[in-house]
Design a protein around this ligand. Sequence first.
Ligand SMILES: [Zn+2]
Length: 244
Amino acid sequence: MELTVLGNNGPYPGAGRACSGYLLTQGNTSLLLDCGSGVVARFRQYLNLNRLTAVVLSHLHYDHISDLYVLRYALEAARRGGLRQEPLPIYCPAEPEDVFSSLQYKDNFLLKPVQGGDTLEIGDFTVSFLWTVHPVPSVAVGLKGGGRRFIYTGDTEYFAGLVPFVAGANLLLSEANYRHREVEAGKGNHLSAHQAACLAREAGVEKLLLTHLYPEGDEGELLAEAREVFPQADLAREGGIYRV
Ligand SMILES: [Zn+2]
């Protein structure tokens, strides 16, 4: 299994950067996890649209979905040009309902609602979902394939149920929107780098990559905070390709 980081910023991209977007490949299957601002241009550096199996969205906040609104034009062109026949399946929580229904575009997307607790087979992946704690319905996503296990937290606060879901993963891609002093000062809805590292340690993962990086933040400080707890932590580097 291979992870390509297309974008790692949130909730908006810094100069020359992109928001959440991660390409996972296993065998003949390619999944795009989240599709934030700038992800489509990056995606096209690595894969033709006709080889994309499906998109999985952790939740319907715009920094995770906004490029779907232009991906639909690329898909339309690919289908008109005979490069792709099938509509593109989009797996995501079905709320907020107005955002969910706004994703549909002609017959180019096939919207497939998911819930925490679901497990699905998508091509060469077994995909599982866990509800997380965030202002809109949001899931963490687990992928199993080729005997390896990858977990993406999506967006979430820290809660105890994360640990068993993440347990034993080969690679944990965790959001780390905050320095821990911000969480201690009462900020919610997201993890700190410290919490991401604690999760990695508690769950016994092999490797931790930090993402959903605040564009005005100091990434070096964030990484140092995580490595105090979990020395194998790293930043999810845009353009980085990681073997899971
Ligand atoms: Zn969010």
